[in-house]
Design a protein around this ligand. Sequence first.
Ligand code: 5GP
Length: 253
Amino acid sequence: MARRKLIYEGKAKILYDGPEPGTYVQYFKDDATAFNAGKKDVIEGKGVLNNRLSEFFMNGLQQIGVPTHFIKRLNMREQLIRQCEIIPLEVIVRNYAAGTMAKRLGMEEGTQLPRPIVEFSYKDDSLGDPLVPEEYIAAFGWASQQDLDDIVSIALKVNDFISGVMYGVGIKLVDFKIEIGRVWDNDFQRLVVADEISPDSCRLWDIETGRKLDKDVFRRDLGDLADAYTEVAKRLGVLPTNTAQMPKPTLIN
Ligand code: 5GP
């Protein structure tokens, strides 16, 4: 296969130049990181699961009219996406208190919020992705006020969609993070959901048992991460079997 041009390597994914102008290939790694890469491991099968799950969510969003960067899945670990200019914000939607919100406000994890809350962090690993008010975003020109209004509207639609889909398979969507990109059609800008939507970037709790089915399993040493992600994929009908536990090929001498 021809060598591809590497565009960017992040903690969990790699971007390569795509086969057509305006496209990238997004490769999902098995690497898991937490606490700004302070904790690292390789979780066999995670990349395959996240590729499938992100495909599932992005396709679903497109079906209900929320534009995304996703074009198609190419193979087990790669998907074709539209190039876009990533807005340097983590857009977080919360339905229940957990993680940094619970800590910041001294709330018990799992407390239902009066309504979904959208918040923004400035994407900068060296600063630990600090929470920023909308005032900063507009003043520093990371996004215009109009963009921000559109981003909140997109984020709430994504929340409604994923919450509903998850509720249907007995899972509570506690919170999630998305990234938004700008796509240019000549001078006309469109905002699209970019990056990935997977248990790496959501908090997902089993409604009956409260079992965590997301990256907190890794962050908090709660068990096998691939098992948790496989459970989500199975319930959604995305994976018929557990690829994470498929036997490895054996060497024949
Ligand atoms: P928290 O602010 O409580 O740490 O995270 C809120 C939600 O956003 C969680 O679902 C978490 O997984 C997601 N999130 C926040 N920051 C990041 C990040 O840097 N990477 C990923 N993959 N998800 C994040």
